[in-house]
Design a binder for this molecule. Structure first.
Ligand code: NAD
Length: 404
């Protein structure tokens, strides 16, 4: 066996009612003045938490925005200095967690993260800040030291964002399950500000592409274990959580699935799917989770570097014959839109997005710089039609079935 798995430190506390333990968890990290970061729909919970901190509280920063604008990081950094905070506690989705991460990296502070969506950011050392463009980095200080997963905080997440966020978690799992192997002799760890995880920095598939090794084993078998279980939990429970938002068992399963998926992704690093989502979402300021949900079936169909074994395991965990059909069926069942047009992508931006995406494709991927290929993928996704990539994938699967 030849593989690299990056095991990350951290503590995760799961269970209904665990929110009450957050002050004790921060104290266990040695924090004496904790600034709570929570805005938007979770601002009220953040305010309650700031009160619960009592003398160990350093206030509540209640402005949070998607994609973590630079200006907000500067404001939060000033707030941290002003109140002399020695720890951060984020309550919310990936936007609240992301703001805490950006500040933690700059100020060297520990984070207790309390996630209320399935974005999974709390389980990765990757953070992003948006100025003119979104920049991402990987830094051990960005990884929350403790995560508190309390499903009672998530019952207010409406069905549509629940479905989309669940697909964001599925996208993490798909990457962790299907990414190709990296060469363990190819380079050192990516911690310390690199913009790419091992998947992206691996130099892509060997000459000849995945067709030359259709049965390649999981690139990171440990991450794949997490990821396959994540798909099972997420796909098995998402329809229930969408139908019955206050089902605490379903909400707990989704948080667990999101944690497993992001933990797998943290080791493997992002690939084509994430890079494309950032190009689409960043350019058009679309809802992050919507973009992941919409593009996932297209990127799974089209990305030739995903391993055949990973795709087989993905189909199995989805309970489907074909992974793309399985993802599409689940998206339909939970009421997600089926085209980039339906989530508000302007048609006249597709060329620019394809150019951004071509520049963002991971080094060594066979589609680096292939703007025409990316534009065709985007056109399919824009119109909501099954792609040529899917036909190719189906043919490959049929041929493999025939051969078995
Ligand atoms: P978000 O944090 O912006 O939340 C989406 C909306 O849901 C917001 O309006 C929020 O107020 C609301 N909300 C959150 N929890 C709620 C709850 N329990 N009840 C009711 N409303 C609630 O979106 P997101 O999808 O969670 O995160 C997206 C951001 O996270 C993006 O910026 C993305 O780049 C980042 N992200 C980073 C990583 C990483 O590893 N670094 C991974 C995934 C996402």
């Amino acid at each position: 066996m030849r593989f690299v798995h990056e095991r990350l430190p951290g503590r995760a506390v799961f269970g209904s009612g665990t929110f009450a333990q957050v002050p004790a968890e921060a104290e266990a990290l040695g924090c004496a003045r904790v600034l709570v970061i929570a805005g938007g729909s979770t601002a009220a919970i953040g305010s309650r938490l700031a009160d619960a901190f009592g003398v160990r509280g350093a206030g509540h920063f209640d402005r949070v925005a998607q994609h973590v604008p630079e200006s907000l990081v500067a404001e939060a950094r000033e707030a941290v200095a002003y109140v002399r905070a020695d720890g951060l506690c984020s309550v919310g989705g990936g936007s609240a967690t992301g703001l805490a991460k950006a500040v933690a990296v700059e100020r060297g502070l520990p984070i207790v993260a309390v996630p209320t969506t399935y974005a999974g950011s709390e389980a990765t050392p990757v953070y992003g800040v948006t100025g003119e463009r979104k920049r991402t980095g990987r830094n051990p200080m960005a990884l929350p030291r403790t995560i508190v997963y309390d499903p009672t905080l998530t019952t207010g997440l409406p069905p549509r964002p629940t479905a989309a966020s669940g697909f964001n978690a599925l996208a993490h799992a798909v990457t962790a399950l299907c990414a190709p192997a990296v060469d363990p002799t190819a380079g050192g760890p990516t911690a310390g500000g690199s913009t790419a995880g091992p998947h992206a920095s691996a130099g892509g598939p060997p000459a000849g592409g995945p067709a030359a090794r259709p049965n390649a084993p999981a690139g990171d078998p440990v991450a794949a274990l997490y990821a396959e279980e994540a798909v099972r939990r997420l796909a098995g429970t998402l329809p229930t959580a969408v139908r019955q938002p206050d089902d605490l068992d379903a909400r707990g399963e989704l948080l667990y699935g999101a944690y497993l998926a992001a933990s797998g992704l943290a080791s493997v690093g992002t690939g084509l799917h994430h890079r494309l989502c950032h190009a689409v979402g960043g350019r058009c300021r679309l809802v992050h989770a919507d973009v992941h949900a919409l593009l996932l079936p297209y990127t799974v169909a089209a990305d030739e570097t995903l391993t055949a074994e990973g795709l087989r395991r993905l189909a199995r965990a989805l309970g489907a014959d074909d992974p793309v059909a399985g993802l599409r069926a689940l998206a339909g069942e939970v009421g997600l839109p089926d085209s980039l047009a339906a989530i508000g992508t302007p048609a006249d931006e597709l060329d620019t997005i394809a150019a951004d995406a071509a520049a963002a494709v991971p080094d060594g991927h066979p589609r680096v710089g292939d703007q025409a290929w990316l534009r065709a993928l985007l056109d399919d996704a824009y119109a909501g039609r099954a792609s040529a990539g899917h036909e190719a994938l189906t043919r490959r699967h049929d041929a493999e079935k025939g051969a078995r």
